[in-house]
Design a protein around this ligand. Structure first.
Ligand code: RET
Length: 264
């Protein structure tokens, strides 16, 4: 299969994946299910757009030394990877406001990793500058893993057994798939050149489909299972999607620790 064929395959895969995810989460029951569903839908839609642009011949930048840089890939990753981390953080925290600085910090570090990865790709082949940017980007990558396996995992454990189990499963899946990206870069056309251009595009396409479509379905299925158990145990209100006074409009009476609603 040619490089272009792989890009078209990616486009079709993301288009189909979007429809499957759309149907899979349609009957959402709680806010948790809805937020995960919307995040994964947007991630897959972004990838579909980027693959369609690349497959139809766009999304490339011609560098001064004649090399072609797939800039669409980096625009896609800079939008989708922070969103995937937001989704993962939500499985640990339920609400990002509990540790908002940690969540924002993770997303910003991730964006930094992608931008410096782009600098590594654009730097002259075989130059020291290329490997400097590669190391800088990898430093951000390691920091993300430390946060996810450290502080964020402890938060998931604080949230309860169910949340911790879902978080651990999603984190293991994500960590294994993401690890392959710097390796493809290292052995690919911009690195040690053990992989040809076609193989590199094929690998990135398969990785992207796994990291977005397969992970999205896996993560949504895990959230569904958790929500079913929470509903059965009465831990979340039955109609969690309906805005309620308690959830959104509650006014706390200063000093009493009670809401207006309670006092009435
Ligand atoms: C680069 C090269 C520089 C070093 C590192 C990289 C990491 C990239 C990663 C990309 C993940 C992309 C995903 C996309 C789709 O969902 C930029 C390849 C560390 C981790 C998950």
């Amino acid at each position: 299969m040619s490089e272009q064929d792989w890009l078209w395959l990616g486009t079709a895969g993301f288009g189909l994946g979007f429809l499957v995810l759309l149907a899979f989460g349609w009957n959402r029951r709680t806010r948790d299910e809805e937020s995960h569903w919307l995040i994964h839908l947007f991630v897959v839609l972004t990838a579909f757009t980027s693959y369609l642009v690349m497959a139809s011949g766009g999304g490339r930048l011609l560098l001064a030394d004649g090399r072609v840089l797939f800039v669409a890939r980096y625009i896609d990753w800079s939008i989708t990877t922070p969103l995937l981390l937001l989704g993962l953080s939500l499985t640990a925290l339920h609400t990002p406001f509990r540790r908002w600085a940690l969540v924002l910090g993770l997303m910003a570090t991730d964006a930094y990793m992608i931008v410096t990865g782009l600098f590594a790709d654009a730097a002259p082949a075989g130059s020291a500058l290329k490997w400097t940017w590669y190391l800088v980007s990898s430093g951000a990558f390691v920091f993300i893993y430390l946060c996810l396996w450290g502080a964020m995992r402890r938060e998931a454990e604080t949230s309860g057994k169910l949340a911790a189990a879902v978080y651990r499963r999603n984190l293991t899946f994500l960590s294994l798939v993401w690890l392959a990206y710097p390796l493809v870069f290292l052995f690919g056309t911009e690195g040690l050149r053990s992989l040809g251009e076609g193989t590199e595009t094929a690998l990135y396409t398969l990785l992207d489909l796994t990291a977005k479509v397969a992970f999205g379905l896996f993560s949504l299925a895990n959230t569904r299972r958790r929500v079913s158990e929470e509903l059965r145990a009465g831990l979340v209100p039955e109609h969690d999607l309906r805005p309620s006074r308690q959830a959104f409009h509650e006014q706390w009476a200063p000093g009493t620790g009670r809401s207006d609603e309670d006092r009435r």
